[in-house]
Write a protein that binds this ligand. Structure first.
Ligand code: T3D
Length: 260
């Protein structure tokens, strides 16, 4: 992995850090390749039980690197990056069977916002903001935003945010339901690690099943969702962590989860 994305695992928590601060973490080809591989690694590594996605510098991620993109367009290149990069990155974030936390340290634009929206839990610095940005460069929407944004803020607000892009400040993002917590910027990193650490120490099989159940329930009937819950609950119910949790409850002690 290149150094435009840092990857570190500590005691079951993988931290993936966008690291092009001089470019506001704009997504050039190298960064997109490295991010895709980091997330695939985190998703498939059973020792990783939660992922924290964050970034260095004053921005979280300003989306597609337009300075690189202009060259690709001038040389007759197309929009292959959606299939090559954005789709697998968002698929990894949204479907890996473990929680993903995004710590949004600054502006998140275009695909950068899309990545944050694809996480399971978002914390933002009070100096951060979110903008869909696509209309500003005459694009529609990618990085999963057609799926995540209406689920977060509703169809009407999603259309407004896409058609009239503007930096939505962190406090407004909280009120809209785009983020779960807003913190003073210096407190963000520690708060995000605390959330991600709690998830990394939690019942991983159950969390993975919850992600799957929520995604399924969003586009299936009640009857289908109930049947699917039955299958998923059987999986969680067969986990060692479920046995441990029930034993711990009965013994009035704190459970110790192993993620299996
Ligand atoms: O092929 C495909 O399918 C394309 C897929 C696209 C997916 C996408 O993500 S499309 C959306 C791309 N992103 C944008 O359109 C965002 C453009 N940027 C902005 O709107 C603003 O810069 C921000 C609202 C993000 C931040 O504003 P501000 O005032 O804090 O910063 P600034 O002064 O505008 O920018 C500071 C520098 O960052 C500046 O460079 P300079 O002048 O110092 O050399 C600016 O050009 C650069 N920068 C900002 N965004 C990008 C960027 N450089 C490259 N790519 C960017 N996306």
């Amino acid at each position: 992995m290149g150094e435009s994305v840092l990857y570190e695992v500590e005691d079951g928590l993988a931290t993936v850090t966008l690291n092009r601060p001089e470019a506001m973490n704009a997504l050039d080809t190298n960064t997109k390749n490295a991010l895709r591989e980091a997330l695939r690694t985190a998703g498939s590594d059973e020792a990783v039980r939660a992922v924290l996605l964050t970034a260095t510098g004053r921005a979280f991620c300003v989306g597609q690197d337009l300075k690189e993109h202009v060259g690709i367009l001038e040389s007759g290149g197309g929009l292959a990056t959606v299939a090559e990069h954005y789709n697998p990155i968002v698929t990894a974030l949204a479907t890996m069977p473990k929680p993903v936390v995004a710590a949004v340290n600054g502006v998140a634009a275009g695909a950068g916002a899309g990545f944050a929206f694809a996480a399971d839990y978002r914390l933002a610095a009070d100096t951060a903001s979110f903008t869909t940005a696509f209309a500003g460069v005459a694009l529609s929407t990618d990085s999963g935003m057609s799926w995540t944004l209406p689920r977060l803020v509703g169809q009407a607000r999603a259309a407004e945010l896409l058609m009239f892009p503007r930096p939505v400040p962190a406090q407004e993002a909280l009120a809209l339901g785009l983020v779960h917590q807003v913190l003073p910027a210096p407190a963000l990193a520690q708060a995000a690690v605390a959330v991600a650490r709690a998830l990394a120490d939690g019942p991983t099989v159950a969390y993975g099943a919850m992600k799957e159940a929520l995604a399924y329930g969003a586009s299936h009937t009640l009857e289908e969702s109930l049947a699917h819950e039955d299958t998923l609950q059987a999986r969680a119910g067969a986990s060692a962590d479920h046995r441990e949790a029930v034993s711990a409850f009965v013994a009035k002690r704190k459970p110790r989860f192993e993620g299996r």
